[in-house]
Design a protein. Structure first.
Length: 256
């Protein structure tokens, strides 16, 4: 959507990123899902004056990523194995490599990225939060640039332009309020033509059942005092069964 209407509300951010790109300084874009990290990273790639640049998505299979890199850099990969492509990419220097979805990088790809750090300029986009140790090592010394939610004025401008482009009939204010400054939600609501109910949980959202666990443990403990006919073995069985059911239920609920 951003290519149709532009990255509204990101002027200062884009100026900052463009300065870093021209000076060859690496950075990592962080933020919540749907905040626009991929769009901003792609904007940086397209405005990079370095002819030797490549944009890859870390969630793709490793072999496909190597092929994409070679194709974008005009490296002949005819009859070359994965090891051959790795060596050729590591032999050259001076590339600017843009890596989207870094948080989904496999250990093998992460090792290759580590090897790239001393040879090429690396720019990343990754979800904020807890990352695997090997990925955190990749980001050591790399400046973080956080993407925040858009204000209501900028959100309204985006929605006003997008509903015309996509012929959406949902009222502007309704989309703006529901999206709450997250561009990805704006895109989703406009392209699908509907807004989910507020009480509808996202599939990936985990339900907090900690109170239920406490109640369950309390009941097990009380059985020790009020259930005179229940022996120690029975209490142990009840306790283990309760914990197993709690774990299973938590897993089911977290998957929606």
């Amino acid at each position: 959507m951003w290519k149709d209407i532009g990255l509204i509300g990101r002027d200062r951010l884009l100026t900052k990123i463009h300065t870093r790109i021209k000076s060859g300084n690496p950075f990592v874009l962080i933020g919540e899902p749907g905040i626009g990290k991929s769009a901003v990273l792609q904007w940086g790639f397209e405005h990079d004056p370095n002819p030797n640049k490549v944009l890859i998505v870390c969630s793709k299979p490793y072999a496909d990523i190597l092929k994409d890199m070679c194709d974008q850099l005009n490296i002949d990969r005819t009859k070359k194995s994965t090891s051959d492509l790795e060596r050729e990419l590591l032999t050259n220097t001076g590339y600017t490599i843009y890596l989207d979805d870094l948080h989904r990088s496999t250990p093998k790809l992460t090792d290759l990225i580590k090897a790239f750090k001393d040879r090429h300029t690396l720019c990343f986009a990754s979800r904020d939060g807890k990352l695997k140790e090997n990925i955190r090592q990749v980001l050591w010394g790399v400046d973080k640039i956080e993407l925040n939610r858009l204000n209501r004025k900028d959100s309204t401008r985006i929605v006003s332009l997008a509903i015309v482009k996509y012929a959406c009939k949902i009222p502007v204010n309704q989309i703006v309020s529901a999206a709450n400054g997250v561009p990805g939600k704006i895109h989703s609501y406009i392209t699908t033509g509907s807004i989910p109910r507020e009480d509808t949980r996202m599939r990936s959202e985990e339900i907090d059942i900690a109170p239920a666990i406490l109640v369950l443990l309390f009941c097990v403990v009380m059985l020790r005092y009020v259930g005179r006919s229940v022996n120690a073995t029975d209490l142990t069985i009840i306790g283990y069964a309760g914990m197993i059911l709690t774990i299973v239920g938590r897993g089911i609920l977290s998957k929606g």
